[in-house]
Design a protein around this ligand. Structure first.
Ligand code: HEC
Length: 200
């Protein structure tokens, strides 16, 4: 039991657990107005491009076909913006439909928590954003930015109460997203956020 390996492991774990140790603690500071503005513009571009495509598809080909916009075109727009900026652009939900890409964790989840709290205090979701710069123990600096996404009437077709979804939509969602948790929302509710991770 008293082998040198176990002893050194114990020492190592003990060292890592010390919270005061600067090497293992990330530092957080506010982002500058310019950094926030640039991030906001990219988040807005995602929302505008996606909203336009979604609306057009809903009007011309109907809701079942519009599922394709959310499934294929939304990640594509996010990927294009990521490529253009060199940042990581995506969307997360307060409850995810696409469990793989839409689940909030870490700072995303923290941002959604802040948004939910501020909405409870009466703030409008459209104005809510979150920004911070994190310096990792290695010295790497990253800007985290999130912009709240609120439910609008046109979102109800696919994210509203299950009993109000059409049979066709329900069937498509069940087939494509067996782990879907993104129904039961009402207009004005916090649906999620556009999230951007930007290496500095
Ligand atoms: C035609 C159906 C449809 C409509 C209308 C729709 N969505 Fe979605 N939504 C989806 C699908 C399908 C996904 C999963 C996309 C994927 O696989 O990445 C999704 C994913 C999302 C996500 C990503 C997080 C997650 O749950 O995976 C957000 C945020 C979101 N939708 C918000 C909205 C908002 C806001 C509106 C209204 C402006 C809206 N959606 C309208 C079908 C729809």
């Amino acid at each position: 039991m008293n082998s040198p390996l176990i002893l050194s492991l114990t020492l190592l774990l003990g060292a890592c657990a010390t919270p005061e140790d600067a090497r293992v603690v990330s530092k957080t500071e506010p982002a500058s107005p310019e950094q926030i503005e640039a991030s906001r513009a990219v988040a807005k571009s995602l929302a505008t491009q996606l909203g336009g495509k979604l609306k057009q598809e809903l009007e011309t080909r109907g809701p079942e076909s519009a599922i394709g916009v959310c499934k294929v075109i939304a990640p594509q727009i996010a990927a294009d913006l990521s490529k253009q900026t060199g940042w990581q652009v995506g969307r997360v939900g307060t409850r995810a439909r696409n469990a793989a890409t839409g689940t909030a964790s870490g700072w995303n989840a923290q941002a959604l928590g802040v948004f939910a709290e501020r909405m409870q205090q009466g703030e409008k979701p459209d104005a809510l954003e979150f920004a911070e710069i994190v310096t990792a123990p290695s010295g790497t600096r990253t800007l985290h930015y999130a912009k709240a996404i609120a439910m609008q009437p046109m979102c109800l077709t696919c994210h509203g109460a299950t009993e109000n979804l059409s049979a066709g939509i329900k069937a498509r969602l069940q087939a494509d997203y067996p782990l879907d948790r993104a129904t039961g929302y009402s207009v004005g509710e916090l649906r999620g956020a556009v999230v951007i991770t930007r290496p500095l």
